[in-house]
Design a protein around this ligand. Sequence first.
Ligand code: PRP
Ligand code: ZN
Length: 304
Amino acid sequence: MSPIVASATRDRLRIAIQKSGRLAEPARALLSACGLSWRESRDKLFCYGESLPVDLLLVRDDDIPGLIADGVCDFGVVGRNELNEQAAARARFGLSDAYREMHALGFGGCRLMLAIPETWDWQGPAQLEGMRIATSYPAILSDWLEKQGVRASVVELSGSVEIAPKLGTADLICDLVSSGATLLANQLKPVETLLESEAVLAGPARELEDQRADLAAMLLRRMEGVLKLKDSKLLMFRADRDTVPALLRLLPDADPPTYLAAETGGPLSLQTMCHGLVTWQRLEELERAGAQGLMVLSVERSLA
Ligand code: PRP
Ligand code: ZN
């Protein structure tokens, strides 16, 4: 097993992902879809890349931005909430940017929200003057409060934030909301969104310079390909020439079609990549508008 060291030059790329938790599985699935595979070590903290010189480090998600800042890892799959919080904290300390968001990944969606006791009326941010707000995101919250021109005290908690109003340690909270079940269970209601979050690929603020640069470019290109195809399907059908314009109007989310050879006078054969959901209802509509022999195909890989 390679030693885990931060060196100025390395010929292998290192990506940090969550060891366990909400982003762990989808992060692995995405990287596998990009053609990466690993030999797992017994302690499962370091996975040696087999198909490409790209290794995985399995860590706590709040460690990921720091690992990138220190050059221990080149990339990380982490929530935007965590990345932005640590970036905001660095900025508040007067430190320079150490990492950047390279790509949104379309999973792990949630919102960082202010939530108040159910029984309160919400009249807007000015109402927060002098209040105590519990959060695990003190830097984002402090920046937001300053922008609103509101003075409130930020009570930093590392977990169980939602219980703080009941315990009397804060008046309201600023926490992640996904289904809303946690707020509901604690008689809180969401009132303001501070950040729309999802999993992102984070990378260093500076460009990589050695052999890792080419590897990183290839990985990003593959990732673009995988993400673009996520909801895409290849649609194939036949249609008489005069029905084609109406059919294409029903496919505003599709690429310009490719026309396959047609026998003279016969219907045209078309294929097009559709980037929105292709439901049964859409297929039936297309059929009514003149499409024949409709087929929906999954696309495995594309460099388009
Ligand atoms: C987040 C957040 C809430 C919960 C909200 O916690 O802090 O507790 O999810 O989700 P819901 O709206 O679907 O109920 P997370 O699961 O990330 O764990 P942690 O708070 O222990 O870090
Ligand atoms: Zn929580």
